[in-house]
Design a protein around this ligand. Structure first.
Ligand SMILES: O=C[C@H](O)COP(=O)(O)O
Length: 251
């Protein structure tokens, strides 16, 4: 499995109704027909996964979800297993998001177990890593978070790290470009040379223009430039998502 060199993503979190998601997909698929969305992705609530896959058919975009079970098939009422998601064509799963850790008390041990379940079933984990507070030591925090995951998954498994400083999620502006560049360079260093494909994207109040700003600020430090951008709220507007696709693709 090979990950794209540049990728733009969108997580609809729990914002959209089914009809909202359908309208979003219609606008996106009109623009990205004939495979022009190849390598980009959207992560949706579980029931929307097969619908989104159908609505985006022909764009080349990948579909993913925002969680999966830490368990395999068996007596786990209410869980959605990696096996079922893989059968439905799920390519990515978001894991470790601060909102899930806040709402459900998910520990990094649980995130690591879910990552292993995903990777064993051919689903690429998107690990949401980043420091809780503005003045935290990014390298130390991310090292601890990633250690759990890297020791749980096969080194050959593909992996996406979404660098999302929690203090920059759900606010007005993305983290400053210089901060993102320092942090992404540190994460790249922490990841070392894994045998599986590994990409780093930036998320946290990202919008159209965010990726270009980072690229411009990081011209002299390519290791700090992420491989793409991951939108939350801004991506609810399909035109903003499409603008980010264009930015990422033209870099
Ligand atoms: O997964 C996406 C991020 O949490 C970003 O969300 P946001 O852009 O609404 O801050």
């Amino acid at each position: 499995m090979t990950l794209p060199s540049r990728l733009a993503g969108f997580s609809s979190k729990a914002y959209q109704s089914v009809e909202d998601a359908k309208r979003w997909a219609q606008t996106v698929s009109d623009r990205l027909a004939e495979g022009r969305g190849a390598g980009h992705y959207v992560c949706v609530p579980h029931p929307i996964l097969p619908l989104m896959a159908e609505w985006l058919a022909g764009t080349g975009m990948d579909v993913g979800v925002q969680d999966l079970s830490r368990f395999g098939p068996g007596p786990h009422t209410g869980d959605v297993t990696a096996e079922i998601l893989a059968e439905l064509g799920c390519r990515y799963v978001m894991l470790g998001h601060p909102e899930r850790r806040r709402d459900y008390g998910e520990t990094w041990q649980i995130v690591a177990e879910k990552s292993a379940r995903a990777a064993q079933n051919g689903i690429v984990p998107i690990i949401i890593a980043g420091e809780p507070h503005r003045d935290d030591d990014v390298r130390a925090v991310c090292a601890e978070q990633l250690d759990h995951v890297l020791s749980a998954i096969d080194p050959d498994a593909d992996l996406v790290i979404a660098y999302e400083p929690a203090w920059a999620i759900g606010v007005a502006d993305a983290a400053p470009a210089a901060h993102i560049i320092d942090s992404v360079a540190a994460i790249r260093d922490l990841l070392g040379s894994r045998s599986g494909d590994t990409r780093i994207v930036y998320g946290g109040s990202a919008k159209s223009g965010t990726f270009n700003d980072i690229v411009a600020a990081g011209a002299a430090r390519p290791a700090g430039i992420p491989d793409g951008v991951f939108l939350g709220r801004a991506g609810l507007d399909p035109h903003a998502f499409l603008a980010s696709v264009d930015e990422v693709a033209s870099d």
